[in-house]
Write a protein that binds this ligand. Structure first.
Ligand code: TIU
Length: 222
């Protein structure tokens, strides 16, 4: 067994039971005119991590380890969109409205797609999720059980919303979770820092955090 150098202490890698899960690296969160921008956010922060996420995905693919992608999106008829989610706040465009990249956060629309640089390849699992967490109202739990996956390495956006929610869901279901620090981002730098700190506090109460180089070194040598 090879440990991954991590905080607050080494992560006990089980190479046969680990997968990478890339959360919501979609145009809607990274490009002007999408959902993230409609909420008033500076989306350029998200674009900056694309090379790091790409490097992490490439490392898992090269090691022959599973890569799972998630997408936050809703059905075209909005039947899986709670009114409380659509109606809240004062966005410039609401979920389901027509924007410059198609309907905001709707499955199949151009803006809802995963960024082309990080697109899934054949055989990789894609989870469409209506919530912030990837376990809620999806088949993710059954898929992980079926594949014998017990450990999840996390990347994607945003750190304190969909990434942290999914990590907490996974942690409660018994998965060991590790967040790749350079491969996640928030619209708010202070929220990214706080999420990282709270995840690994209290003896890894939610999980571990680590640098990409240390993750890749361990998966290549385990
Ligand atoms: N708004 C925000 O920070 N995030 C989301 O709405 N979804 C995800 O994090 N994917």
């Amino acid at each position: 067994m090879t440990d991954i150098k991590a905080q607050p202490f080494p992560f006990p890698l089980q190479r046969e039971a680990v997968a990478l899960i890339v959360i919501d690296m979609q145009r809607d969160f990274a490009e002007p005119g999408g959902f993230g921008a409609s909420l008033g956010n500076d989306v350029s922060r998200i674009t900056k991590i694309i090379p790091d996420v790409k490097r992490l995905i490439a490392g898992f693919r090269l090691a022959g380890l599973p890569v799972i992608h998630t997408m936050e999106c809703h059905r075209p008829d909005l039947s899986d969109l709670p009114p409380a989610k659509r109606d809240r706040g004062n966005p410039s465009l609401r979920i389901g409205d027509l924007g410059p990249m198609g309907r905001i956060l709707i499955a199949g629309e151009p803006g809802t797609a995963i960024l082309p640089e990080l697109a899934p390849i054949d055989g990789e699992i894609i989870i469409e999720k209506p919530g912030k967490g990837a376990f809620y109202a999806t088949g993710l739990g059954d898929i992980l059980k079926g594949k014998g996956i017990k450990q999840l390495v996390f990347a994607g956006v945003t750190t304190e919303v969909c990434v942290q929610t999914t990590m907490r869901e996974a942690n409660d279901r018994g998965y060991e979770c590790l967040l790749a620090e350079e491969a996640t981002e928030s619209y708010f730098p202070e929220f990214k820092a706080a999420a990282i700190a709270m995840i690994r506090a209290q003896g890894a109460i939610v999980g571990w955090t680590a640098h990409i180089d240390d993750i890749l070194e361990a998966i290549n040598h385990a």
